[in-house]
Design a protein around this ligand. Structure first.
Ligand SMILES: *[C@@H]1O[C@H](CO)[C@@H](O)[C@H](O)[C@H]1NC(C)=O
Length: 134
């Protein structure tokens, strides 16, 4: 009887230890998810504020994006006009110009129409994406 009780107590102790370590795991995950959601909220709010103020989202400033090939680049923005550098296959760079209207990114052709999402990823009709890095 004593042995059974000891085994039961040990089982309880094990169960609690397991529950505790499970708690620690979710503790570790929680701040990350919360931080990501907070960042998404602040990016979305920033975009809404820019559109309310100027009529267009802001892609310029200190932002860096990675293009469809994973190359980092910046967009120069003056009011709602944008300009950015593209690389030719030869490695030579040239400038492309466009405008931002609300969340739409319209670049001189040939270039697909883009749409800025609340998380600041620009998705083009071609499926290409510009992902905001920082
Ligand atoms: C932004 O949102 C789109 C659509 O919900 C998603 O496909 C994309 O992965 C997101 N980008 C980032 C960097 O979270």
């Amino acid at each position: 009887m004593v042995r059974v009780l000891a085994a039961a107590l040990m089982a309880v102790a094990f169960f609690q230890a397991g529950a505790m370590s499970a708690d620690q795991d979710s503790e570790a995950d929680r701040p990350k998810g919360a931080r990501r959601r907070a960042r998404e909220r602040s990016l979305a709010a920033e975009m809404e504020a820019a559109i309310a103020k100027t009529g267009c989202a802001d892609l310029g400033g200190d932002r860096w994006f990675s293009d469809a090939h994973g190359e980092l680049f910046q967009v120069k923005q003056d009011k709602c006009s944008i300009a950015f550098q593209l690389k030719k296959r030869s490695g030579e760079t040239y400038e492309k110009k466009g405008v931002v209207r609300g969340t739409k990114v319209l670049v001189e052709p040939p270039f697909p129409e883009g749409q800025l999402l609340p998380n600041q990823t620009v998705v083009f009709e071609s499926g290409a994406r510009w992902v905001r890095k920082w």
